[in-house]
Design a protein around this ligand. Sequence first.
Ligand SMILES: [Zn+2]
Length: 261
Amino acid sequence: MDDVKAIVLHECGGPDVLSHEEVPTPQPGPGEALIRVRSVGVNRTLDITIRAGEYPRPVAFPHVLGADPAGVVEAVGADVAGLDRGQRVAVFGGLSCGRCRYCVEGHDEDCVNRRYLGVHQWGGYAQYVVAPATVVFPIPDDLPFADASFIFRHFPTAFGQLEASADVQPGETVLVMGASGGLGLCAIQVAKLVGARVIAAAGGDERLEVAASFGADFTVNYRREDLAARVMEMTEGKGVEVVCENVGDPHLWQGAFNSLA
Ligand SMILES: [Zn+2]
């Protein structure tokens, strides 16, 4: 196959460091799949922060970003079963080592050698991407590729935070900060699926409308209202059992912590 187009980084900086270039078509090694990319997200941390040079661990240049590609299987390497050419797939970008104690015991979500597609190896800002077949999953024919990228980026994290870490129970109340972001919208849906009540918090009224449309029971604008006071009103003075905090704004932490039961 000829060279293919990719968005290549040779240095960190503003958006103009994203360079549209031709690169050799990647080839799938044993256990890997080559995917023709049809969609990829723009993630605040894994794309924008790395591109700007603000990610704590520098990437090796030249680099191709893109943590959550979805597309069509073009080819598979040796020792790959269950994936066929032409199959619609999405990639889970969290790559576990398969060798550490947690991986061996089947808890690869706790892998101590976790790597990320688009960070530690070239990602999906390209016509083609290679990924380990173990993180490539078939998707339904009627699921748009862009939706698949979104789902694979955020739902595993939302389930991990709310079910595995916080162990949210039916009837509990969950405060979701940054509720209109990708992860926030998934957290709302996971909490509702479990049977919890959801208070969606965000910094704009139109964002809260989006959060409500995804199932939030209550909304609060933390840029305009006293977050903890409003949460206490909504919970009859009790507070929430769980706060889902993915914003990282120190100005919001106190209100979030003070909302806890
Ligand atoms: Zn591992």
